[in-house]
Design a protein around this ligand. Sequence first.
Ligand SMILES: Cc1cc2nc3c(=O)[nH]c(=O)nc-3n(C[C@H](O)[C@H](O)[C@H](O)COP(=O)(O)OP(=O)(O)OC[C@H]3O[C@@H](n4cnc5c(N)ncnc54)[C@H](O)[C@@H]3O)c2cc1C
Length: 500
Amino acid sequence: MTGMEALKDKAARTTEHFDVLIVGAGISGVAAGRHLNQQCPDRDYAILEVQESFGGTWLTHKYPGIRSDSDLHTFGYSFKPWVGPPIATAEEIRKYMGEVIEENDLARRIRYRHRIDAAYWSTPDKQWALEVTRLDTGETLRFTCNFLWMAQGYYRHSDGYTPEWPGMKDFKGLIKHPQTWDPDFDYTGMRVVVIGSGATAATVVPAMADRAAHVTMLQRSPTYFRTGRNAIEIAEELRKLQIDEHWIHEIVRKKILYEQAQFSKRTFEEPDKVKQELLDNVRHYLGPDYDIDTHFTPKYRPWRQRLAFIPDADLFKGIASGKASVVTDHIERFVENGILLKSGKVLEADLIVTATGFNMNVMGDIAFAIDGKPLNWADTVTYRGMMFTGVPNLAWVFGYFRASWTLRSDLIGDFVCKMLNHMKSKGVAQVTPQLRAEDHNMPLLPFIDGDNFNPGYLTRALPILPKRGDKPEWMHNQDYWAEKDEIPATNLDDAAFAYA
Ligand SMILES: Cc1cc2nc3c(=O)[nH]c(=O)nc-3n(C[C@H](O)[C@H](O)[C@H](O)COP(=O)(O)OP(=O)(O)OC[C@H]3O[C@@H](n4cnc5c(N)ncnc54)[C@H](O)[C@@H]3O)c2cc1C
């Protein structure tokens, strides 16, 4: 029995049909709804979300200090001005998203506590059938849709990634991952070791430093950080002049994007100079005697991994005050009272926070099948990181790492709406990306180019991710400046799209 037949077999259940179903009510899913309202107002759609509310990343994460690491002028939507400081807390981001939901009448579209478990495409029916569990009632529901808009993010929300270290069971204290943090947990007076060196560790360490006895950031290798005041001067100036917030938003976005492009270019053209500037900034806060070489000088060139911004230098101020410290070493094993390092030193701890990243999941852990055949994403080739060969009527939102994620949600939103309207005007019900005659000898490569960008969670997930080719249309690009022109210019009648 095919997946579609199995669903049809559950005859007692009613099926709800929508033109479009959006998976996830994070920043991308909400953007997708707004795009449909504006550009495809005749389409009926719903947003299905497994959690109890909207926000995605900004709802899931409740660890001390949780905040964005990129500015909200570009992380926020193009259509709604961001009027707060550029680096925002999760609460501030959710408040902003709540306003967007209200202003665009999206609340009635969102179904919370709806977990999509399986999605089956049927070519005879030219539609997707979804198997959905309603968590508040335990019911299995059935939805069908013509187009599936995957805005489910890139990592498993239910648990974070914690490596297995020897001796973890011997440790007598507590081990917690930031992704599953209970905001009521009291760590007052505890000796805390935070394992990790990314944006999460850099946020947690200063945020916990006041209440904890001491916080140690334990890293295997250092990361680059940028720092500065949590304010944008030009926005402050324009506000003094009482310029309209929409104008300020647009100007500040343009300025930030321009500066980011210049910065990114410089990391390729003069990496040593950029590196020195970043390190001088750290030196400024930590003083001449601090061992910057060991703790803050990465071996890779700047921008090969996401570069976190530290607002108001709080991490460095915490270290300078003595409330926090950094240890760069390798873990030998966990012991009863803390962590034994390769150097032979023991870091004593009551609480170990594993800021060790995410479990990437492909398409929200949903079991996909096409005409009864289970779909292995690694057998597909990505069309610009948005659609996939052999997978009809489905778009995937995967944002930028080097620029704000949302800039790409926006470009994809325009693309999907344009595609839906194009299909309508052609009178077709199905679009499937396919390799063209000229693409058949194209080398098929891992989803991302590890020499260009190589965070651990992506590298770990490469075997289950779609493949990329060596032409721009078959790659998942991380270059906003190229894509902002290329994606809108897509020829929807190109042979890369098969219509039926
Ligand atoms: C702590 C943290 C900080 C970050 N900071 C930044 C930043 O400053 N700037 C930046 O650009 N990026 C940042 N990122 C990356 C960030 O995840 C994205 O920018 C963005 O929030 C992702 O939004 P999204 O809506 O695409 O996905 P998510 O926020 O992951 O939301 C996806 C939603 O889909 C739901 N979902 C998933 N699977 C299913 C299913 N099977 N059924 C139903 N619902 C499902 C999830 O519950 C979730 O609510 C950060 C990430 C983390 C973890």
